[in-house]
Design a protein around this ligand. Structure first.
Ligand SMILES: *Cc1c(COP(=O)(O)O)cnc(C)c1O
Length: 463
């Protein structure tokens, strides 16, 4: 199994290389040279597996010689042993829609499902090579907590997390800043998530700095995260039992990582009919699907802060495919984005995008109404991101008995109490295992949105 950059197909890399590098040195994203297929007989086998076993089978197709089978199995088993719900991913049905609970990990969002595996992979690989690495990531609220939980106290790694100051929920912040381990560094940046993401990308693109501090990243651009997320598309397909209907999946989307994993699952052979990009009012992806024009604007804060994103970094991977993997074309579009702050897909490229993807944005009012609707009818509380996924499916409004409809629940509602209180006047309970998070001491620094200052801070902590 080999990988290349979306901007250069001539150089190839192993899984270990792309895992540790995270972002290609030419600024592109790593993608597999070819996507492994799952045969019908493998599907039959896989349908009998629990989540952890299925995860092993899928990862094994992507990791090449990086791990021997038993090492990989141990990494994955260990990763899912920390989940509260032994099923890892659970489902419930609301109005004929399978709602997929992806929030049973230690920090209550779907990011845990991939991040726990990444944490144990870093530990394994760095122990072997005795290298120390500094992981730097930007977070819109949930990645940071998941990364910190997965990496705290691990030898050979420091984890630096940039979050936009005052733009994540209190619980989201506390899940990050109440961790006191010496290898954890929280940085509140005076800016937006896109600013944070830009700062991290600039550090990655500075080869001298990157080598000096042995930098790596766990942002949703890390291919291993995509693989971990491919697993639950297969898992939920098998949960249908005998019926095996083609799937329509609505995915609350920000950085385009979770939904891109669905696209990969489809390439591997999973019968997915459509993937619905569900966004809040930061809807550049919806506009792109309508017009072909990809034009990031200013982030407009919302009650679904984990999706307050205008630069969907994984989108370059799908661009690579709709451009028939023509790297010259990818480079042209990415250069347009850099210079003109936008690019336009051709009709042919847009058509390819639309064969799999649909997009609906959901505004604040609709989000609150949806939380209330589900609560009133079913006595179930969903978080605002999940409500957006649900509402997008209702907007699609094309329910047919030959398809199975799924909606991802990406976070536990207790992470966003303000929105829930506003919608249904009820303060959602924090699960007991989280403990008294509101009384815990917090540790973080506040920095300007300034690359040099940030680099100096990181260097001072690394050396
Ligand atoms: C990260 C996140 C999303 C968006 O996922 P992407 O992979 O960035 O598209 C949606 N909902 C929640 C709760 C998240 O934390």
């Amino acid at each position: 199994m080999l990988y290349c950059s979306t901007r250069d197909k001539n150089k190839t890399f192993t899984f270990e290389q792309i895992f540790l590098n995270a972002l290609a040195s030419d600024g592109g994203l790593y993608v597999p040279v070819s996507i492994p297929k799952v045969t019908q007989s493998e599907m039959a086998q896989m349908s009998k597996l629990n989540f952890s076993e299925l995860s092993f089978e899928i990862f094994h197709k992507f990791t090449g010689d990086t791990f021997v089978a038993n090492e990989l199995r141990t990494i994955i088993t260990k990763s899912y042993s920390v989940f509260q719900n032994p099923k890892i991913v659970d489902l419930k049905i609301i109005d004929n829609i399978h709602c997929v609970e992806l929030f049973h990990g230690p920090t209550l969002a779907f990011k845990d499902i991939a991040m726990q595996v990444l944490g144990n992979m870093y530990e394994f690989l760095l122990k072997k090579s005795k290298n120390k690495m500094n992981l730097i990531t930007a977070t819109s609220g949930d990645t940071g907590a998941a990364a910190i939980d997965a990496l705290k106290s691990k030898p050979y790694v420091n984890i630096f997390v940039l979050h936009p100051e005052n733009k994540v929920s209190e619980i989201q912040r506390r899940l990050m800043t109440s961790v006191m381990d010496k290898n954890v560094f929280n940085i509140a940046v005076k800016g937006t998530f896109d600013d944070c993401q830009y700062l991290v990308k600039e550090m990655f693109n500075d080869q001298v700095f990157r080598n000096e501090i042995q930098m790596s990243g766990v942002n949703s651009i890390n291919w291993a995260r995509i693989v971990a997320q491919v697993v639950y598309y297969f898992f939920i397909y098998f949960q249908q039992g005998a019926s095996k209907k083609e799937m329509i999946v609505s995915v609350p989307t920000g950085n385009f990582g979770d939904i891109y994993a669905g696209y990969i699952a489809k390439q591997m052979g999973l019968p997915i009919k459509k993937l619905i990009i569900a966004t809040n009012h930061n809807n550049l992806l919806e506009k792109c699907l309508n017009t072909g024009l990809y034009e990031p604007g200013k982030v407009n804060p919302s009650i679904s802060p984990s999706m307050d994103i205008q630069v969907a970094s994984n989108f370059e991977r799908i661009i690579f495919d709709v451009c028939n993997q023509n790297t010259t074309r990818v480079l042209t579009l990415m250069n347009d984005l850099k210079v003109n702050k936008k690019f336009k897909l051709s009709n042919d490229e847009l058509g390819k995008l639309k064969t799999t993807f649909l997009a609906f944005s959901v505004d604040e009012k609709e989000t609150l109404e949806t939380i209330k609707y589900i609560f009133d009818r079913h006595n179930i509380i969903v978080d605002p991101h999940s409500a957006i996924g649900f509402k997008a499916l209702q907007k699609y409004n094309n329910f047919r008995s030959e398809f199975a409809y799924f909606c991802f629940e990406t976070a536990h509602p207790c992470k966003f109490p303000e929105a829930i209180i506003k919608a249904i006047n009820y303060n959602p309970q924090i699960p007991n295992f989280i403990g008294n998070i509101k009384d815990k001491e917090e540790k973080f620094v506040v920095l300007e949105n300034n690359l040099d200052q940030l680099k100096k801070y990181i260097q001072s902590k690394v050396n």
